[in-house]
Write a protein that binds this ligand. Structure first.
Ligand code: JHZ
Length: 412
């Protein structure tokens, strides 16, 4: 563990800090009852965010070893969101059609998790290779016939795949380019592996949305970076690649960009317009981020007020979604078991464990419709609020209320 003083992208030492969320535990490091009984066993790390005025890269300044983040403590399985599964399948079907992919092609996914996306290529008869260092997820993918290498991806892994005579026609990197502490090694690996006329698509939540929607809870130690079109362009061009297009999904993870990247410089009008819009809004300048800390303070105070009011009326409150962002929301806002009793989640791997730091027990979602349901449910996975509210229609029909914390805490 260490704190950086230079930008991880361009090396500039002019980093400007704009947010300090205190010391928090690792967001996906759910804890056992033994740790709840001995809280000293739980590690905490500073969580501060800085902006690089040279390459516009927003980044946290703490370096936690990736093994600690993605191998030892990682229980995130992508297949638990229907919305994400549909989104991923639509992307694959579109790529197969527009790129003319078939049995002689190769699709590579970085951070392929449990095979939630690559399985669609397999069904279409397109050969795939997945990379994911999380051992349980890689095993789950291999078990459903999605060949997955349980390792981190970078230039070294790309070089080994190339040595096997493989080049990728498409490389998909969803919610991973922000997760690798050395972005240059990661992008150099993609550049090396990509066939001359191949396409890379990269998805990550947009830093513009993060600031506008006050989605501060998506900041945690796994997310080293918070990207804009501007920062992605600077990053990929350093490795001879070009940002050629961007798609925008307002409802995915609070606003996600999908960047299209290739070896040739062929920018669409759309990406040129988005770059111009970011410039006009000032995403390349510190002033855009400077006031974010005050927005976060206001959101936290308003959320605490709602929870305390409900408690003072004798109401019971649970939370939905043992999400990584939920860990930031609970810890950085100080929402302990005095305010939220327990957390429910569909991911069976998380049941019986406790939220990091604040220690609410994680249970199956069935408890919301069993005896003694909570009066209100704080939706920590607010990025899936529509999906969750629709799924919990019975709970709502019985009088249950939902609290959505972002962008402004409110009761539904
Ligand atoms: P969810 C994840 O973060 C992981 P998290 C990762 N760090 C990343 O980069 C971002 O996404 C973008 C559960 N759930 O996806 C599943 C239900 O129980 O918002 C999850 O545990 N029922 C790689 O962890 C949690 O909620 C449901 O109906 O913040 C959601 O976590 C749905 C839809 C989800 O991300």
């Amino acid at each position: 563990m260490s704190t950086i003083t230079a930008c991880r992208g361009c090396g500039s030492s002019d980093l400007k800090e704009f947010l300090d969320l205190g010391e928090t535990p690792l967001a996906d490091a759910l804890v056992t009852a033994e740790v709840v009984a001995n809280p000293n066993l739980e590690e905490r790390f500073p969580l501060k965010v800085s902006f690089c005025p040279v390459c516009a890269l927003v980044q946290i300044t703490e370096d936690v070893e990736p093994e600690k983040l993605f191998v030892d403590n990682y229980l995130y399985f992508s297949s638990f969101s229907d919305h994400l599964l549909q989104h991923s399948r639509a992307h694959v079907m579109n790529l197969v059609e527009t790129r003319g992919l078939g049995p002689d092609s190769l699709a590579v996914e970085l951070a392929s998790n449990d095979g939630y996306l690559l399985k669609n290529f397999v069904e279409e008869g397109v050969p795939v290779v997945g990379f994911d260092p999380a051992p349980d997820q890689a095993e789950a993918a291999n078990a459903i016939g999605v060949p997955t290498r349980a390792e981190f991806f970078g230039l070294d892994a790309a070089t080994r795949l190339r040595a096997e005579g493989k080049a990728a026609d498409v490389i998909i990197a969803n919610n991973v380019m922000a997760h690798i502490p050395d972005p240059n090694d990661f992008v150099a690996g993609m550049a090396h592996l990509l066939a001359d006329d191949g396409l890379i698509t990269v998805e990550n939540p947009s830093v513009w949305d993060l600031v506008e929607r006050c989605a501060f809870d998506t900041i945690y130690h796994e997310h080293f970076f918070y990207h804009s079109c501007t920062s992605v362009k600077a990053l990929v061009e350093r490795h001879g690649l070009h940002l050629n297009h961007v798609e925008y999904f307002p409802d995915l993870h609070g606003g996600t960009n999908r960047w299209h990247i290739g070896h040739h410089d062929e920018p669409s009008q759309h990406v040129l317009d988005r770059l111009a819009a970011e410039r006009a809004a000032g995403l390349h300048e510190f002033a855009f981020y400077a006031d974010f800390g005050h927005k976060v303070d206001t959101l936290r105070a308003n959320l605490l007020a709602i929870l305390r009011d409900l408690k003072s009326e004798g109401k019971t409150i649970a939370a939905y979604g043992a999400a990584a962002k939920g860990a930031t929301m609970l810890n950085a806002t100080g929402i302990g078991t005095d305010l939220v009793d327990y957390v429910v989640d569909r991911n069976t791997h998380k049941h019986g464990l406790h939220m990091p730091g604040t220690h609410q027990l994680i249970q199956d979602v069935d408890v919301l419709t069993a005896e003694n349901p909570p009066d209100a449910v704080l939706i920590l996975a607010w990025n899936f609020a529509a999906e969750i509210i629709a799924q919990q229609a019975d709970y709502a029909a019985n009088g249950g209320k939902f609290i959505v914390p972002v962008p402004n805490p409110h009761i539904v």
